[in-house]
Write a protein that binds this ligand. Structure first.
Ligand SMILES: C[S@@+](CC[C@H](N)C(=O)[O-])C[C@H]1O[C@@H](n2cnc3c(N)ncnc32)[C@H](O)[C@@H]1O
Length: 323
């Protein structure tokens, strides 16, 4: 799958967003995810990425009075979308701490765990968050505003090689090396604290369509600032031990780097690529069984109604009964 920059928003507005619960985020692959989780009415479910709560609400509809749902989101803004429902507990932290917080809430094992990765439409549309190339604001991009590292810190302090690698790997920026070199040259005499100053300072380096180019640059910065791949790996590694036998995990990804991690982990219980790698331990016991042989993609209808869903891929696995 080619790494396209994530489509920014489901609302095509060019105005800074005043998002309400209703337009915070349109859930993607909703029916497919809920069906894939095969929900038990009395079960315990975890939504690792609550956001606007679209998936959470659909799970709650299938849960009975005894069911429970633990919803994680590291962005405080998501809290405003919480339903008034005693079955739900909100955890305002990174899902990399899944095990710790589930234990804190007396959940030893879950019947289903889901994650709908990346950024919400609200985060893209809220100008001040600094995720969107459409607005001028501080170069921020933190999902968790308690965190120190911002996109400005990355641009200001990373060395040329670090910048080159991150633009190449996380954004597939064609001239990542030139971009990194230019940033290092300009940052000492031009302040790149804001999105407009950053974009203007790099005008000469842009290749092709500037909107597309900066979307790739911003995607790379965002992945780095939020350590998105590191958090995903840590979360995946905890899943087999946190699922009950027969329990399901459903993960929606938005670019190939994430999808590859999920695919490999579901297949082999590790992140290693098999081909030609003599260090892969084929003896590794995998407690997960793949349910979706191929990733589930949105229908034409969904992509038309919600362009942000375009690059979504859903993979589902089940914890085996006995290994
Ligand atoms: C694509 S949105 C989820 C939308 C949600 N499924 C819905 O239907 O509204 C992703 C959300 O996950 C949160 N998020 C992303 N990575 C996270 C992480 N590592 N830990 C906790 N929350 C995370 C983001 O802050 C964002 O609100």
């Amino acid at each position: 799958m080619k790494k396209k920059p994530e489509k920014e928003s489901s609302s095509s507005t060019d105005q800074p967003g005043n998002s309400t619960a209703a337009n915070y985020h349109i859930p993607v692959l909703l029916r497919e995810t809920i069906e894939g989780l095969s929900i038990q009415p009395g079960g315990v479910y975890v939504d690792c990425t609550f956001g606007g709560g679209g998936h959470t609400r659909a799970i709650l509809e299938k849960l009975g009075a005894k069911g429970r749902l633990i919803a994680f989101d590291q962005d405080e803004d998501a809290k405003r979308n919480l339903p008034d429902d005693k079955r739900v507990v909100f955890v305002p932290h990174n899902f990399r701490h899944l095990h710790r917080f589930l234990r804190l809430h007396n959940v030893l094992a879950a019947d289903g765990i889901m994650a709908d990765l990346g950024v919400s439409s609200h985060q893209f549309d809220e100008a001040g968050r600094g995720f969107s190339t459409r607005f001028d604001a501080a170069l921020d991009m933190r999902m968790d505003q308690r965190q120190k590292l911002t996109a400005y810190d990355v641009v200001k302090t990373y060395n040329e090689l670090q910048l080159h690698k991150l633009f190449e790997q996380y954004g597939e920026v064609t001239n990542a090396k030139t971009l990194a070199k230019t940033i290092v040259q300009v940052r000492n005499h031009v302040s790149v604290k804001t999105i407009d100053t950053f974009k203007n300072a790099l005008r000469e380096v842009v290749k092709g369509n500037p909107n597309k180019y900066f979307a790739q640059v911003f995607q790379a910065l965002r992945i780095e600032v939020n350590d998105e791949l590191g958090a995903l790996k840590e979360m995946l590694q905890q899943i087999p031990k946190l699922l009950k036998p027969g329990g399901r995990v459903a993960i929606i990804t938005f670019h190939s780097l994430e999808d590859r991690l999920v695919k490999n982990f579901f297949r082999r219980g590790s992140f290693d690529e098999p081909e030609g790698n003599p260090f892969i331990n084929e003896e590794n016991v995998n407690e997960l069984k793949i349910i979706t042989k191929k990733p589930v993609e949105p229908s034409e209808k969904e992509m038309k109604e919600n362009p942000r869903s375009r690059s979504a891929r859903l993979r589902i696995a089940e914890k085996v009964m006995m290994v």
